[in-house]
Structures are given as C-alpha cells and as structure tokens.
Design a binder for this molecule. Structure first.
Ligand SMILES: Cc1cc2nc3c(=O)[nH]c(=O)nc-3n(C[C@H](O)[C@H](O)[C@H](O)COP(=O)(O)OP(=O)(O)OC[C@H]3O[C@@H](n4cnc5c(N)ncnc54)[C@H](O)[C@@H]3O)c2cc1C
Ligand code: SF4
Ligand code: SF4
Length: 449
C-alpha cells in the first residue's frame, strides 16, 4: 500500500467516484468526481489534532459501528493518503451551525470549508475494475437472530474487536457489555450535569442534598419556592443515579468472551442465498480463533461447519495446528438455530451429524462467517462502464480469458470477479496488469508500424 502511494507511475485518487467511461480499448475517457474532503490533501499532515478537538461524535463505519469517530476523521490509521476528511452529513459548520474548531486547531491550515467536488477526465488505454465485495447481511436469516442477540456478531465485526487499533483495543469485550458501558457513560454525563445544579444549592444553603431532601419530605421547608426547585432537581438526579449505580454493579462482573463459536457458510452454500462457497471464510474463522487464543490463553473455540475447506498450501496443517495448540474443536454439522440464555449468552442448537443427535451449547459470543456478496455499487459501475454481471452479481468474464470482462479493454480481478482470498486477489491483480500491458503494447506496436 505504501509502495503504491510512493510509486512515480501511480496516481492514487482516493475518495473519488467513477461517473462515465467512454471510448474503446486503447483509448478510453473516464470521467471521475473527486469528492470534496474540505481538507487540503497536500497540507494535511495526518496529525489528528483536529479530530481530537471536534465536538461531533459519529458512529464509526470502519469499526462496523462498534466504536465512534468525529465529524473530521481518517478512514483508518494506516490509510493512504494519510489525510483527514470532513463528513459533510455530520459536520456542524457545513450544516449551517457555528463551529470551525478544527480550522482553529489545524496548524497546517489544511481545513477549507469552501472546497468543492472536482470533475476530472482521465485518458487511459485500459481499465481494471477491482471493486471487491460486500459482506452478506445475516439479518435475513431469522434462525441466527443476528439483530436480536447482541453477542452474535459477523466475522468482520469480530475482527474489529480483535484488532489492537479497534474500538476495544483488541479486548474481546462482548457487544452486550459494551452497550451497558455506553449507557453508563451517557448516564455519568447526565449525573455530572445534575450534580453541578445540586452543588449550587448545597453551597447556597450549606447543606448536603440528601439531608435537605429528607427534611423537605417531612414538610420542614413549607412552600419555599427555591427549596421546591432544589427538591425537584434532587429527585431528577436520583432518577439518574439509582439506575447508574445498578448498571455499575452489573459491569463489575463483565469479563472478555472466552467461549467462542464460529458458524460457517452463513449465506454461502445455501440455495436460499448464494449456492457457491465463499472460499476464504473457513480459513479466516480458524485464524480468528487462533488470534483470540493468543490474546487470552483460556479461550476455547468451536467451529461449526458442514466441512472445513482448507484448500491452499499449508492450510490443512494450519487447521490441525489450530485444533492441537489453540483449543479449537471442529464440529461437523449445520447450525439450526441460535437462542439466548440469561446474561446475553447465545445458545447454539445443532445436529451433530457424527453422533446423529440434536445438541445445544452455550457460548459467550457467536461469530457468523458471512458469505462474500457482490459489491453494493457493482450494478451502477457496470452501467457506467458498459460491462455485464454474472448470475450471482459478480463481474461476468470470458471463460477463455478469465480476467477480461464483456467489454474489450476492461478487466477485473479479486472479489469483483468472485470470492477469493488476498493471495489469490493479488495474483489475479498481477494477471490483470499483465493483460493490460499486453493489449497496450499491441496498440503501441500497431501505431509504430
Ligand atoms: C472477516 C474477513 C476476514 C478475512 N480475512 C482474510 C485473511 O486473513 N486472509 C485473506 O487472504 N483473506 C481474508 N479475507 C478475504 C479478503 O477480505 C479478500 O480476499 C480481499 O479483501 C479481496 O480484495 P479485493 O481487493 O478484491 O476487494 P476489497 O478488499 O473489497 O477492495 C475493494 C476496494 O474497492 C473499493 N471500491 C468499491 N467500489 C468502488 C467504486 N465504484 N469506485 C472506487 N472504489 C471502489 C472498496 O471501497 C474497496 O476499498 C477476509 C474476509 C473477511 C470478510
Ligand atoms: S467544523 Fe466543527 S463539527 Fe465540523 S469537523 Fe470541524 S470541529 Fe468537527
Ligand atoms: S469457505 Fe468454508 S465457510 Fe466459507 S463458504 Fe466455503 S465452506 Fe463455507
């Protein structure tokens, strides 16, 4: 990635939307919209001082909504270019309110609220569509209750929880616990505000609120209007403080998730959704279970799957090592249902096909290995570029030239083509680049002759 950013022959246009692709192989005109960041890329040093001071807190899509970011943000820490961007949907200043804190904070003078989108025309000989995939939405499988049971998460959400730069700093905190911790934080803020109001009365009358309130309840202060206000503020404060205390007591028992279940083929190899195998999920579940065990040696994982497809050099050995050294148990069987036990523990109901028995098991967290679905924007892209998709929604290619789309001069690679892991995507990307070099050199030779 860093090499791409520094390469003299590569111009990186991040935060850019392809609007039109016209012409033919060897001579395309591509119109792109470079979206306004409201931050000058060449001035921003990526120091993050602006984001530290920005008062607007927004759910962080990069962390799958498990954490928050500010209205001025960088998509993720190692991103190229390492510039910040203002989110125009949430920024106060860009929505007609007074703010501009980031502009005052930025020492590089990079903030520019007047920046506008730029439409740029590119003249290129060939195009490679490498637009990737989308994670299948498991909420349409009712039996897994993804939306209803907080501790049932997708593999991508689990990866963010495992990541040292993720919302929990790599601790496997359970989403149900995180929700309670967020409630505690919100109530603490409210309690602080209401305590400030009480402090004024306590100072004025030189008396603590609980003692005052008891006397007030006993009718000691009659109809004194000021004291009536104090009593009402104290009542409102207690309406916050009591549930806050109860939540704090609950949070004392919180621990990281140690009993993990992974459910394979969620949306894949399922004729209701995608009949194909997504090819990478067996291996990422094993990887995630191994990493979780490295983080916390008491962690045990059970991987439920029809079979484990460890197809690749060294993959089978990795699977066996996971079982022997990282406390992974492989259970052959399709999970029928997930229910919820007390304490938000998910319970898995499955048929053990080896023993031919229906069983259930309780876990701290369940991870769904979701299918590799076609990218959300792929239909729009095919219209813009005049190319076609196949029956599953990935880019259609020529069986005898598998990286060629249905329009000469436009190629594809990676998960825009179909499900595949990173090494395979990288190998295909090299193949697509070689196809481009091949047709462009043919053009050059024809021009020269
Ligand atoms: C939870 C999980 C864990 C995984 N772990 C591993 C692992 O450990 N090892 C491994 O080998 N594989 C892993 N994979 C698979 C891996 O994610 C894919 O193989 C890889 O991301 C495919 O790369 P890609 O470049 O084809 O697509 P992507 O990574 O999806 O990249 C496509 C890029 O194109 C951008 N884009 C989309 N549309 C447009 C557009 N119209 N204009 C401009 N840009 C656009 C997207 O924003 C994205 O940045 C994992 C997958 C999941 C879901
Ligand atoms: S103007 Fe205010 S709300 Fe907008 S990004 Fe800057 S600090 Fe955040
Ligand atoms: S890779 Fe494994 S989990 Fe993913 S679809 Fe194929 S068999 Fe199922």
């Amino acid at each position: 990635m860093l090499d791409v950013g520094r390469h003299p022959n590569i111009e990186l246009m991040a935060y850019t939307h392809v609007e039109r692709g016209e012409g033919q192989s060897g001579d395309f005109t591509v119109t792109v919209r470079r979206k306004a960041r409201y931050v000058e890329e060449d001035r921003c040093t990526g120091c993050g001082a602006c984001a530290e001071k920005c008062p607007t807190v927004v759910s962080d899509a990069f962390n799958e909504g498990l954490g928050t970011r500010r209205a001025i943000y960088s998509w993720f820490a190692q991103g190229i270019p390492s510039t910040h961007t203002i989110d125009p949907d949430h920024c106060r200043q860009l929505n007609g309110k007074k703010c501009g804190v980031c502009k005052k904070t930025c020492q590089a003078d990079a903030i520019n609220f007047d920046q506008e989108d730029r439409v740029v025309e590119l003249h290129v000989g060939a195009i490679i569509a490498a637009t990737g995939y989308e994670v299948f939405d498991p909420s349409i499988i009712p039996e897994y209750q993804y939306k209803e049971i907080a501790n049932v998460v997708t593999a991508l959400e689990f990866e963010r929880l495992l990541s040292a730069s993720g919302p929990t700093g790599g601790h496997l905190d359970r989403p149900s616990d995180l929700a309670i911790e967020a409630d505690i934080e919100a109530l603490e803020k409210k309690a602080k505000r209401s305590q400030r109001a009480l402090d004024k009365f306590e100072e004025k009358y030189d008396e603590a609120s609980p003692e005052f309130y008891e006397k007030y309840q006993n009718g000691e202060y009659g109809h004194d209007e000021d004291r009536k206000k104090w009593a009402s503020k104290y009542g409102a404060h207690m309406a916050i403080a009591e549930p806050l205390e109860a939540l704090r007591r609950r949070a004392e028992g919180f621990a990281v998730a140690k009993r993990l279940a992974f459910i394979q083929c969620v949306g894949s190899r399922d004729f209701r959704f995608y009949p194909f195998c997504s090819s990478y999920c067996c291996m990422h579940s094993i990887k995630e279970a191994i990493i979780a065990h490295e983080h916390e040696p008491e962690t045990t994982s059970t991987i439920f799957g029809m079979d484990i497809r460890a197809v690749g050099k060294g993959f089978e050995e990795y699977k066996v090592r996971g079982g022997n050294k990282s406390a992974i148990t492989y259970v052959r069987g399709r999970v029928a249902e997930i229910t919820e036990a007390p304490d938000h523990n998910p319970v898995i109901w499955y048929e053990d096909t080896c023993e031919r028995r229906v069983k259930s098991q309780e876990f701290d967290m369940v991870v769904l290995a979701t299918a590799c679905a076609p990218g959300k924007g792929i239909k729009e892209l095919t219209q813009v570029l005049g190319i076609k998709i196949n029956e599953f929604g990935f880019l259609k290619t020529n069986p005898s030239q598998p990286l060629d789309t249905t329009r000469p001069g436009i190629f594809t690679c990676g998960c825009a083509y179909g499900p595949m892991d990173i090494p395979e995507s990288v190998a295909q990307a090299s193949g697509a680049a070689a196809r481009v070099a091949q047709i462009l050199s043919e053009f050059e030779m024809r021009k020269a002759s």
